[in-house]
Design a protein around this ligand. Structure first.
Ligand code: B3K
Ligand code: ZN
Length: 854
């Protein structure tokens, strides 16, 4: 195999102090001249100079200190250019190359490519090697000077502008950076502009660059940027460090956005928003991702990663920071619940299947396959635990030390943990297992109650066990912070939240002097990313849903109640009465936060039910789960029809649209009511709402309801007529059809849509819209006849030839295949094997598929 190992790390044998680049941009024949200022790290040992460079980089000329290199000393293979030690000076030297590349042929969108006529780049993780020859690794950092020659009106790169004349621009980036943070944009763009004065009085010009005509949809991104800059100063004391900050929106982008120094490049769906075209969720994501990329300026750029194994050093921390930001801007309780939902849906799923890996992996074949929920979201959870263990002051002290000690460094997880040890005096040797071990610990809680003369004692005994994961069969116990509170029988809290620190495989904690036996509120705030297993009956869950003071634990009680009903119902047993009663009481409570009520009202998704069944040792049946969930939703609607219609009629936000948390919360409660009522009014309300709603949030919700009832055709046509030329809205149009369709029709619908001329599948957003829409329909994708598997596999094979990163990423739809019944397993496996058999399959997809088959 071609795996790379963390244990093999060696520093680069040369020091690169400066990189000068000169681009002459021509769509199919761009010339790049690079001048690298190099010096051997250790002058005594003569080593070859190995520069990364892909097959797509054609070398035209190479000089060392101005002299043509002797071809006998230069060797080229598919991945690198090697200059023999014999050809290199023993001291500092200048290496110049001239290469030719073809951005117009770059369909993988890595390196320099063209999107809608605009030149742009994506270099993380290893894209710079498709632009020119260089040491393309994060621990090699240099200052940059960039010159661009092009007839495009707007020419951008990193750092500060030096000169701009027609057809020519120069940029200087004074902050040493690795090549993965390089960026260049050249296009016909317009900006909306603003400015920000930093903590120390530096004036920064801010621009959000979009295509002409999109300016009126860029304002929210700008607002979000300004809020992020302010927040990072207020909360982390971090100030911006250049004269300009540019954001550019592009239509063809493999992921969400990229934190290139001073020049963030964004998928246009994370920049452009108007009430008519974007949903509340889109707005929340835009705010969060703008913040995330901005925060990378300190956590990622000023302090970067030594190697890609350390990816969670920057990603886990930056996700943690953007989560804190969103909690401060919106509702902390709602944000926490949303984050836990995402974590479970994506990361727990990953951790429990064949693709499980630690937040810091110790080997990989293709690093782009490791931009995962484990590296990002679990990486953030691990930091949340650290903060819980050392307290807010300890966390702040550790972060101050981190910025102080490591500014300008390419750091490691060891460095990160060391600042916490040094700032707080804590030993984190055992805690480190969260970074090095894969798998989600199962935590079992047992309660023992003893009456005594001085009052009762409740003893909680926890045991932890982490199931084996690929390559890691033996798991040692971890440090688990377990936040616990106690609620008295009358509903009052008798013991406020206490964080129990579990370090052993089995451990007990006692609560003394209690009047009467309390109800335990465990794992408050989801204090650790574990699966909690406790003996608890539905009436106790309903009690917690009514009385818990911790919003997460309260929501969790409701969710558990719903899951226990859905598990029973999907297995043909009775269930749901306790849930229906409890939910009735909750939604009748006019004082409760609308966002919280909306979260409780939404039934767990079908995949969540499948996961719960699998956790319980059962084989999930997607059709039975779908039927159980539909049946329960209908019963809730029937039981609470009056209450729900009252909510639906009352939760109307008056005045003009605002994407703020409060207005969005009302809409979300209204939509949750609509989704239930839709089961008994045959889409009547949805049809009216689709016709009159002035915002995309309600229109999309209404459309999904109509599709689920098999009467979406007219609304789909209306949307297409209105927004046929708006790519982002048409992406939604492609997603919602297979996603909301009755499962039996989903694969056929997706297949029909794939034949439309509008299915511009080489555009990553459009591909994800359609394929992702189908895979989000649990019973549809896992249809027993294998139609869903075959459809997705066919498209993955097609996409792999064009854009391997997207194909590999989307292949994770198959990662849960081992959970299902014999028939489905055989069909999913056959689909994966068919992909694996393809000749010339990319390294990306090959690695993913072989891990899933293993
Ligand atoms: N750092 C980039 C992700 C790059 C993905 C490369 N396949 C965006 C982010 O996490 O902010
Ligand atoms: Zn990031």
């Amino acid at each position: 195999q071609n795996a790379r190992y963390l244990a093999d790390y060696q520093p680069y044998p040369f020091i690169l102090s400066h990189t000068a680049l000169d681009f002459t941009l021509v769509p199919d024949a761009t010339i790049v001249r690079a001048t690298l200022s190099l010096a051997p790290r250790d002058a005594a040992t003569g080593v070859d100079l190995v520069l990364d460079g892909g097959k797509d980089v054609q070398l035209l000329r190479l000089t060392i200190n101005g002299a043509e290199a002797d071809p006998a000393h230069v060797t080229r293979d598919d991945e690198a250019l090697t200059i023999a030690a014999a050809a290199l000076p023993s001291g500092p030297f200048t290496l110049e190359t001239e290469v030719q590349i073809d951005p117009s042929a770059n369909t993988a969108f890595e390196g320099l490519y063209i999107s809608g006529g605009m030149f742009c780049t994506q270099c993380e993780a290893e894209g710079f090697r498709h632009i020119t020859f260089c040491p393309d690794r994060p621990d090699v950092m240099a200052t940059f000077d960039v010159t661009i020659h092009s007839d495009k009106p707007v020419l951008l790169s990193n750092g500060n502008p030096v000169s701009q004349t027609e057809g020519h621009a120069e940029w200087h980036d004074p902050w040493p950076k690795p090549a993965y943070l390089f960026a260049l944009v050249a296009g016909d763009l317009v900006a909306i502009s603003d400015s920000f004065t930093t903590l120390s009085g530096r004036n920064v010009a801010l621009n959000v660059w979009v295509r002409p005509g999109d300016e009126d949809r860029a304002g929210f991104a700008m607002e979000s940027l300004i809020k992020s800059m302010k927040w990072d100063e207020d909360v982390y004391g971090r100030e911006y460090d250049l004269d300009v900050f540019n954001i550019v929106a592009v239509d063809d982008f493999n992921m969400g956005a990229m934190e290139n120094k001073g020049l963030n490049i964004f998928n246009s769906k994370l920049v452009l928003a108007s009430p008519e075209t974007a949903t509340d969720l889109d707005y929340e994501r835009i705010e969060g991702v703008i913040a995330h990329e901005y925060f990378h300026n300190w956590t990622g750029n000023r302090i970067t990663c030594r190697d890609w194994f350390q990816l969670c050093l920057k990603e886990g921390l930056t996700v943690f920071r953007d989560q804190q930001f969103t909690s401060d801007m919106r509702s902390a309780a709602v944000k926490r619940i949303e984050d836990v939902r995402t974590l479970r849906a994506r990361q727990f799923r990953e951790d429990q299947g064949p693709l499980a890996h630690p937040p810091r992996p110790d080997h990989y074949e293709e690093i782009n396959n490791f931009y995962t929920a484990t590296v990002y979201e679990k990486g953030a959870e691990v930091i949340g635990m650290l903060k819980r263990l050392v307290g807010d002051d300890g966390y702040r002290a550790a972060l101050d030390l981190y910025f102080d000690r490591h500014d300008g460094d390419a750091a490691t997880i060891e460095d990160w943990l060391k600042v916490f040890e040094d700032a707080t005096g804590r030993d984190l040797a055992q805690f480190k297992r969260w970074y090095t071990d894969a798998g989600t610990p199962r935590l079992t809680m047992r309660e023992d109650w003893a009456e005594g003369t001085a009052g009762g004692t409740l003893t909680l005994t926890f045991t932890q066990e982490t199931p084996p994961t690929p390559g890691q069969s033996d798991k040692q116990p971890r440090v688990i912070p377990i936040a616990v509170g106690l609620i008295g029988p009358n509903g009052d809290e008798v013991a406020p939240t206490r964080v129990l620190e579990m370090t052993e495989t089995e451990q007990s904690f006692a609560f003394d002097n209690l009047g009467a036996r309390p109800v335990v509120s465990a794992l408050r705030g989801f204090s650790a990313p574990v699966v909690l297993d406790r003996q608890i009956d539905d009436p106790t869950r309903a009690f917690l849903l009514a009385h818990d003071t911790d919003p997460f634990a309260r929501w969790e009680a409701g969710r558990d109640l719903a899951l226990s009903a859905l598990v029973a119902l999907s297995q043909g047993q009775p269930g749901g009465d306790d849930y229906i009663d409890a939910i009735g009481r909750l939604i009748a409570d006019q004082d409760a936060d609308p966002a919280f009520r909306a979260l409780c009202l939404a039934l767990p998704g079908e995949e969540e039910v499948a996961t719960r069944l699998y956790d319980l040792g059962a084989t999930p049946d997607p059709d039975a789960i779908h039927a159980a969930r539909e049946g329960l939703a209908r019963r809730v609607a029937e039981a609470h029809q009056d209450l729900l219609s009252e909510i639906y009629d009352r939760m109307v936000v008056s005045g003009s649209y605002s994407p703020d948390a409060e207005a969005a919360a009302k809409r979300s409660l209204r939509i949750a009511a609509l989704q239930l009522l839709n089961r008994i009014d045959n889409g009547e309300r949805a049809e009216i709402l689709f016709g009159i709603a002035g915002n995309m949030t309600e229109r999309m919700a209404a459309l999904a309801c109509l599709i689920a009832r098999g009467r979406g055709q007219t609304a789909l046509q209306v949307l297409e007529e209105e927004f046929g030329d708006n790519r982002l809205v048409m992406d939604k149009w492609f997603t919602v059809q297979p996603m909301a369709a009755p499962p039996a029709d989903a694969a056929a619908i997706a297949a029909k849509l794939a034949k439309l001329p509008g299915f511009d599948w080489k555009n990553p957003n459009r591909f994800r819209a359609l394929i992702g829409g189908l895979t989000a329909n649990h019973a549809g994708f896992h249809a027993a006849d294998g139609a869903g598997y075959d459809f997705v596999a066919d498209w993955l094979m097609k996409m792999d030839k064009v854009n391997p990163q997207i194909a590999a990423r989307m292949s994770t739809a198959f990662e849960t295949w081992p959970r299902y019944d014999e028939t489905r397993r055989a069909k999913a496996l056959a689909a994966l094997e068919q992909i694996a058999a393809i000749e010339g399959l990319s390294r990306n997809t090959r690695e993913m598929v072989s891990r899933m088959i293993a």
